[in-house]
Design a protein around this ligand. Structure first.
Ligand SMILES: [Zn+2]
Length: 177
């Protein structure tokens, strides 16, 4: 079996819960069972699961562009309960806090992936056209084989969601499953 990593992007209360500060809405709720299945599949196979987690300072300048969300240390910045319970006992979990769209910007994700040497990087999470897209772009820069799970990504904007999937496939060379 190829060495695989699961990247779970921003499946956090402020983005996914219906009353979250920056909820992505019903589309994001609908991917939760699929993302849960992937988490179960990877943990059952003892494969690494990397949670990329928005974690802002209360005064972060990103809040000029978006309403305040995922402030570090607040409940909104936590993994949604549906996923948290699945990995409570699982040791091969790596949490990567980030402050911008890309999971690589000012994080140690590059080193983490260099150490894991995955042959396939599987991507799920939100939003397809923002943090998923800009993280996949940087995976492509590093020549990883990327698999984006169509049923496991979502956005508040359906048109942008579809555009981003096509962009990741046609321009960034990701496999959209
Ligand atoms: Zn943010």
């Amino acid at each position: 079996m190829p060495k695989k990593v699961l990247l779970v992007i921003d499946m956090l209360k402020d983005f996914i819960d219906p009353d979250g500060a920056l909820t992505c809405g019903e589309a994001a709720r609908q991917i939760v069972p699929y993302v849960g299945e992937k988490v179960k599949e990877f943990s059952a196979a003892n494969l690494p699961i990397v949670f990329i987690m928005d974690a802002h300072d209360p005064e972060d300048l990103e809040f000029k562009r978006f309403p305040k969300h995922c402030v570090f240390g607040t409940p909104g910045a936590e993994l949604i309960d549906e996923l948290r319970v699945l990995v409570e006992e699982y040791p091969f979990v790596i949490k990567v806090p980030k402050t911008r769209y890309s999971g690589f910007f000012r994080t140690n994700l590059s080193n983490i992936l260099s150490d894991l040497e995955p042959e396939e990087v599987h991507v799920v999470g939100v939003c397809t056209n923002i943090c998923v897209l800009y993280t996949v772009e940087e995976l492509a820069n590093r020549d990883y084989r990327v698999i984006v799970h169509q049923k496991g990504v979502a956005s508040f904007d359906q048109e942008a969601h579809r555009w981003a999937l096509s962009q990741m496939q046609s321009v960034l060379g990701a496999e959209v499953l």
